[in-house]
Design a protein around this ligand. Structure first.
Ligand code: URA
Length: 463
């Protein structure tokens, strides 16, 4: 029996250390069948070591195939959460996630392709307006989207509030619609980055979502695999964002821009505010209605401004800036035709009325003054508890549930004036939503200093 004490892998000399724990760049601890040992790979990252390309590729492939257990993958994601990934590890991790499935080829679409991805926010219905708007400007927009989980809504859940609209398209239907309409909003097919599908579900239940390398590889593997030629990232900061601190948002943006460029996708990012909800509505049908108002040339200022900024950036990244300004097209209602064509092409009825909630509850201002704060996360959680979002990914969502914010930070308000309107179809959900909104807003006698209001677009990264 050996009496040797285990070697501390953080301090061991890799030339003499136990091969199970040594630096894998100097010692390749493969088993005889060519695989690595999952426990060795996890231990290396747990102890702050650097993973080899071979280890990373093997780990992602084996997990996707089911040869690595969920508990081992969750240990690995927790190790990455604490230890991070070096840039070359992250590049390999992302490449392995892309290689876990197919990569679409959109060259036959015949126009420059450009997509937008938001890191998630409350009331973020920008995609519904932006996709037809950028198509109306001459690009093709493959807006492959997800469902909401937690306090941020998902684009597909919003679109499914439209009677008949379907999220699932085959790759052939996607390409044909991009060619004919120029705009598609649909679910990412099961063949795109299947490693991320498994890893993201695991991270969601193991508190390992808020990690820059894991978020960056998750988002970028899907966006690179979808085949877009250019990409604009809307990275949120503020209370409703995954990463509230703008510095962490900036770091995430830089990391994703570098990954996109390394894979030949022209990528840039805007760092944008998610301190208060975007626009007025948070909730599925309520947000579709607000998007329609915007497509008709109206809608809330912040939604219109952000959509136009993102559209200009997308056209620049697609190499087709210089035509009509998206602000003019939006104001003139030109994107509405593309919207109707998009909805109809996916089985929806663009003329059908949107569903409405049977019950409403109004919260009023307790005093005269100015609204100085309206917390995005609290409004998102309230909408979610009313039924607009899901607790588990298999849960249904209510199309009608949500919150309308009837005053915005900076607005003067009078005592008794409606501030928030809660929409619901299940009265049992109201107490939880009201609890989420306790302390969600502040009213002060003086207007807020404009310098304390978060700028809508704080920075641009890359491009
Ligand atoms: N969205 C994703 O697709 N992945 C993440 O990790 C976080 C947000």
């Amino acid at each position: 029996m050996s009496t040797a004490r285990p070697t501390d892998p953080r301090t061991a000399d890799p030339r003499t250390a136990d091969p199970r724990t040594a630096d894998p760049r100097t010692t390749d601890p493969r088993t005889t069948d060519g695989a690595f040992d999952a426990v060795d790979v996890i231990r290396t990252k747990r102890d702050g070591g650097q993973l080899s390309d071979g280890q990373i590729r093997w780990f992602i492939d084996a997990y996707t195939r089911g040869a690595i257990a969920d508990e081992q993958a969750s240990a690995m994601t927790m190790a990455i959460f604490w230890r991070g990934l070096e840039p070359d590890e992250l590049a390999t991790w992302t490449a392995a996630m892309i290689a876990s499935g197919e990569r679409l080829d959109l060259r036959s679409v015949g126009r420059p392709t450009v997509d937008k991805h938001s890191t998630g926010g409350v009331g973020d219905k920008v995609s519904l307006v932006l996709c037809p708007l950028v198509a109306a400007c001459g690009a093709a927009v493959p807006q492959l989207s997800g469902r909401g989980l937690g306090h941020t809504g998902g684009t597909l859940d919003k679109m499914e509030a439209i009677a008949g609209w379907r999220a699932q398209l085959t790759n052939e239907q996607l390409v044909a619609q991009l060619r004919d309409v120029g705009a598609v909003i649909c679910a990412a097919g099961a063949g795109l980055a299947p490693a991320d599908r498994k890893l993201y579900a695991l991270r969601d239940v193991t508190a390992t979502v808020e990690s820059i390398p894991l978020i960056a590889s998750s988002i970028m593997s899907k966006k690179i695999a979808e085949g877009t030629g250019a990409l604009v990232l809307d990275v949120k900061y503020g209370s409703g964002a995954f990463l509230p601190d703008p510095e962490r948002g900036r770091e995430l943006a830089r990391t994703m821009v570098a990954l996109g460029e390394a894979h030949g996708v022209r990528t840039s990012a805007l760092l944008t505010a998610m301190e208060s909800p975007l626009g007025i509505a948070a909730g599925n049908a309520l947000e579709v209605q607000e998007a329609l108002d915007c497509l008709a040339g109206g809608g809330p200022d912040d939604l219109r401004t952000l959509t136009v900024e993102l559209a200009r950036e997308m056209l620049r990244m697609a190499g087709i800036a210089g035509g009509p300004d998206p602000a003019d097209l939006l104001a003139g209602g030109a994107a509405m035709d593309r919207w109707r064509a998009l909805v109809a092409a996916q089985g929806g009825d663009p003329t059908a009325p949107l569903p409405l909630a049977v019950e409403r509850e109004v919260l009023t201002a307790p005093a005269d003054g100015f609204l100085t704060r309206l917390d995005a996360r609290a409004v998102g959680v309230a909408a979610w508890r009313l039924g607009a979002g899901r607790a588990r990914k298999e849960d249904p969502v209510s199309p009608v549930a949500g919150v309308r914010c009837l005053a915005r930070p900076g607005d003067a308000v009078r005592a008794g004036q409606p501030l928030l309107e809660l929409h619901l179809d299940d009265a049992a959900r109201l107490p939880g939503a009201l609890a989420a909104l306790a302390g969600a807003y502040a009213i002060s006698p003086a207007p807020p200093d404009p310098d304390t209001l978060a700028p809508l677009v704080l920075d641009r990264i890359g491009g």
